[in-house]
Design a protein around this ligand. Structure first.
Ligand SMILES: [Zn+2]
Length: 141
């Protein structure tokens, strides 16, 4: 067993291994698996998604075993930049879900600040705490 671990370590020497993009690829694979559930009984839908899953996992394995470290590093860097760009949107979505029962969220038209309002339907007037612009929002429910 120890021999196998050693041989595997030698095999992985100088290869890319697992990075953040690998986890992203795995997440895409999981999403495809979830989507596949909706295509049960649809022969071509299942085949197309299976081919996509195969391609995604193949690309993941190719990246793990790749020896072109600079290229893989650049791909991973681009992926991390993409995640960073989406982080605020994901955080906002988390807040919207967390406070769904008690609050509503709007964006200030002046400065783009994310505002949390008490849940009260109808027209609402308020002043942005950051830039001082007067705002009016309509909250349906
Ligand atoms: Zn503002």
């Amino acid at each position: 067993m120890g021999n196998f671990v050693l041989k595997f370590k030698q095999f992985m020497q100088g290869r890319n291994g697992i990075d953040k993009l690998t986890y992203g690829i795995f997440a895409v694979y999981c999403v495809l698996s979830a989507v596949k559930i909706f295509f049960i009984g649809n022969k071509w839908g299942t085949i197309i998604i299976s081919v996509l899953q195969f391609a995604v996992i193949g690309y993941g394995i190719y990246r793990i075993l790749s020896k072109n470290l600079q290229k893989r590093y650049n791909e991973n860097f681009k992926f991390e930049q993409f995640l960073l760009a989406w982080k605020p949107h994901i955080e906002h979505l988390k807040l919207r879900i967390k406070y769904f029962r008690t609050h509503r969220f709007r964006t200030c038209k002046g400065c783009g600040e994310f505002l949390r309002l008490k849940r009260k339907s109808g027209k609402r007037q308020l002043v942005c705490p950051k830039c001082g612009k007067e705002l009016s929002f309509f909250i349906l429910f």
